[in-house]
Design a protein around this ligand. Structure first.
Ligand SMILES: Cc1cc2nc3c(=O)[nH]c(=O)nc-3n(C[C@H](O)[C@H](O)[C@H](O)COP(=O)(O)O)c2cc1C
Length: 466
């Protein structure tokens, strides 16, 4: 059965071939009101575009995205979003030889067998790395959605041909350093060594592989759906859809097999906002297939590009004889740098879907649309939602007051109230709310709740009529 779609609610369907007319994607299930434009998608696509340096294929494509549906006046409408890029710089004649002489390490042979030779062999057809442009377009939408919840996905080159990057502790530093070199590595020194290894391999008619590391920051704890949609299995399935991927490991990954329990266990502690964090992150931010609230972190291993100019052995499918092949055409001597935005994108897609499944997003998202009526409506809606939550707070306080009355304990607990205020202030800092506003609001909530609790207790002590 064909399977070109991914996701349950935030669902993407990819289409196109390397040398066909277009490569594109339909993204369904995106809430309305999300800010989106061709510029936003283009910024992500440009990171994947080849042809800017000696370390990538010389196939120069404009990759100019066009949005055909689902976006109006800069915001999503709730309808499926269809996006495409055209294939312009194609040299299909380079691939004719591979119809009967499949490239070792590529999908030419397996596709030929599966589709009885009807498959589009040009440029690797559907099996080309070019198809991942559709992942990046969809990922740009997912990233916009995740940003509304302050969730970020960040990938970078961790290792190429044995040259390993030192990863800075600060997220901003990773981001800034990563974008300074063509291999997208946050370690400038290691990046130079990686580039040299790629160019050396290229000059020998060869290629190299490496590792992309990816982090998801800001995910709440408990994301993941047991048992078959654990966060690791969902991410792994998506990541293995990227051509050239050979392995994935979360946290300490395969090294975990060599560690003792006392070394591997991540010890729990509270941070200043009352959130449970861990001292280490060997689990990669996942326990029981659910997020812990720590960054989800994983490594993706890419094989060396299979299309190399060095002579290799293959078979001739017509004469059924052994032969050799020297691959012409324009290929990436290392997939890794161009795969960085792809890993980031497909991860964002599956995380957006998991969060939608868990009810983190509704059918619309709040947007900063400059429209008086819309913003007034939003203020009214948010006020009603706050009132509803306040009612639930009072319901809980009522039960608590009764428990305290039965136990003859004091209604007020000043120490707990102060902890609540300081945790609220720390939380406000995290979500970008002015701290003094959070403190004043929580103080007012406590005041009203105490009043309500006192009245509840008073009422319960009054003799019942009759
Ligand atoms: C961004 C990207 C670019 C790629 N560029 C090339 C390339 O230039 N030449 C090549 O042979 N393979 C390239 N690949 C990998 C092949 O598409 C892949 O090896 C092939 O489809 C076989 O699939 P498999 O390696 O997953 O088994 C690229 C992959 C990605 C993600």
């Amino acid at each position: 059965m064909p399977d070109n779609s991914l996701g349950k609610i935030f669902r993407i369907t990819v289409f196109g071939e390397s040398h066909g007319r277009v490569v594109g994607v339909v993204v369904d299930g995106v809430p309305a009101g999300l800010k989106l434009s061709e510029q936003i998608i283009q910024a992500e696509l440009d990171k994947r575009r080849p042809g800017f340096s000696d370390i990538s294929t010389t196939r120069l494509e404009e990759d100019k995205v066009q949005i055909y549906s689902g976006v109006l006046n800069g915001f999503t409408t709730g309808a499926p979003i269809c996006m495409m890029i055209e294939n312009k710089n194609v040299r299909s004649e380079d691939y004719e030889e591979f119809i009967l002489k499949p490239r070792p390490g590529h999908a030419d042979l397996t596709a030929y067998i599966k589709y009885s030779g009807f498959n589009d062999y040009r440029g690797g057809g559907q099996f080309s790395g070019r198809i991942t442009a559709s992942f990046v377009m969809a990922g740009a939408v997912a990233k916009q959605l995740l940003a509304t919840k302050r969730i970020q996905v960040l990938a970078y080159t961790y290792q190429i041909a044995g040259e390993t990057a030192r990863i800075p502790g600060q997220l901003e530093e990773i981001k800034i350093n990563r974008d300074k070199n063509p291999v997208y590595s946050p370690d400038g020194e290691a990046a130079e060594k990686m580039i040299k290894k790629i160019l050396d391999a290229k000059s020998e008619g060869d290629s190299v592989g490496g590792v992309v590391q990816c982090m998801i920051i800001g995910l709440p704890p408990g994301v993941g759906e047991p048992v078959f949609s654990s966060i690791e299995s969902v991410i792994s399935k998506a990541v293995f859809s990227i051509p050239g991927v050979k392995g994935i490991e979360f946290g300490s990954g395969f090294k975990a097999a060599l560690m003792k329990g006392s070394e591997h266990n991540d010890w729990f502690k509270y941070d200043e906002s009352g959130r449970i964090i861990t001292e280490t992150n060997n689990s990669g931010g996942v326990l029981g297939g659910l997020t812990t609230g720590m960054p989800v972190i994983f490594n993706v291993a890419f094989k060396p590009t299979s299309s190399i100019t060095k002579e290799q052995k293959t078979v001739n499918l017509e004469s059924k004889t052994q032969t050799t092949i020297k691959i012409k055409g324009r290929h990436d001597p290392c997939i890794v740098p161009r795969a960085v935005p792809v890993v980031e994108a497909i991860t964002a897609v599956v995380i957006a879907d998991l969060l939608m499944q868990a009810g983190y997003f509704g059918q619309t998202v709040y947007s900063d649309k400059k429209d008086l009526k819309y913003q007034r409506n939003m203020i009214q809606e948010f006020t009603l939602r706050i009132l509803e939550l306040f009612k639930r707070r009072l319901d809980a306080a009522e039960v608590l007051a009764k428990i305290k009355a039965e136990r003859h304990t004091e209604l007020r607990d000043i120490e707990r109230e102060n902890t609540l205020i300081s945790e609220a202030v720390a939380y406000a800092k995290r979500i970008g709310l002015p701290e003094e506003y959070a403190a004043s609001l929580v103080r007012e909530l406590i005041k009203l709740t105490v009043k309500f609790e006192e009245e509840t207790v008073k009422k319960s002590l009054e003799p019942s009529g009759g």
